[in-house]
Structures are given as C-alpha cells and as structure tokens.
Design a protein around this ligand. Structure first.
Ligand code: SF4
Length: 156
C-alpha cells in the first residue's frame, strides 16, 4: 500500500521542469537522509493512494500535465500499480516519482517518465543547486541541468 498526506497535496511548477504538476507527499519513506527536511514522512501516516483517489485528484485539478509522487513508500508493487493506472487511465498526464535512494529498480524507470534519485545532503544542496548529488532523469536521460538555467525555457 502507498499512502499520501492529503493536506499537503499541491500544484507545483518547479519540481518537474516545464510541467504543471500535481504533487502528492508519500509517507513510509525508506530514506535515511541526514538532516531530513520532512521526518514525519518516515512514519506510517496519511491515507491510501488508491486509483479512485488519483482519479478524483486529477479531476479536481484540471489542466495539470504531470502527476508527481514525492516519495516512493515501501511497497514497490503498489507503486508500479499506481504508475500503470496513470498510464492507462490518464495517458495525457506524465508520471513522476522522487526517491530518496541513490538508485532504484529498473522497473521504476520503466514505469515513470521522470525519476529523481539521490538522498538529500545539506552540503550538496537540492536539485536546483549545481553542486547537488541528486539527479532527475527523463526516460533515462539526466536532465538535472534544467534546474540550473533560470530564465531559460526548461523544455530546451
Ligand atoms: S527522502 Fe530523505 S529527506 Fe525526504 S523524507 Fe525521506 S529521509 Fe527525509
């Protein structure tokens, strides 16, 4: 089961370059980042992110073109089922996941259009710092640099 924290669901513009993204915060984080910015997400909190919930969230937020899971939880099969549901029922919406691990299973890269990997390390900074250890991949291509060119078209 994958759980999310309903109150933290939001539309974001910067997490995925060039996309209007509906982002959900996933609990049961398996990461162990030193200086974790959201330790409450390591707990078993929130509500199950079911296909019905996903359909409602997307229906309530017309115009988004990306669905982002901020976290991957601890149930890989359930995570892949969510990606499959999005692909089958919402083909116009791209799928994205942020992982706190340095590497993830190949099945995650296959299931999601965007995959962010890498723990949060305070001295390296987040994705929008050129010193970051984190990486964002789009269909296997490292597009992390898009966060570093403020003012440029992020689709380039
Ligand atoms: S990925 Fe790291 S920073 Fe994010 S909630 Fe998990 S432990 Fe904390």
């Amino acid at each position: 089961m994958i759980k999310y924290v309903p109150d933290l669901t939001d539309i974001v513009l910067e997490e995925i370059p060039g996309r209007v993204t509906l982002a959900v915060e996933i609990s049961n984080c398996r990461g162990s980042c030193i200086g974790c910015h959201s330790p409450f997400l390591k707990k078993d909190i929130g509500e199950e992110l079911t296909p019905k919930v996903i359909d409602k969230l997307i229906g309530d937020n017309f115009g988004v073109n990306c669905f982002l899971l901020l976290g991957e939880g601890q149930d890989l099969e359930a995570l892949l089922r969510i990606a499959a549901h999005l692909r089958e029922q919402h083909p116009g919406i791209e799928r994205a996941v942020y992982s706190g691990r340095s590497e993830v299973e190949p099945a995650i890269y296959e299931a999601f259009d965007y995959v962010k990997v890498g723990p949060y390390i305070a001295e390296c900074g987040p994705l929008n710092e050129p010193t970051t250890n984190q990486r964002l991949y789009y269909h296997g291509e490292d597009i992390t640099f898009r966060f570093w060119h403020k003012g440029l078209d992020p689709n380039r």
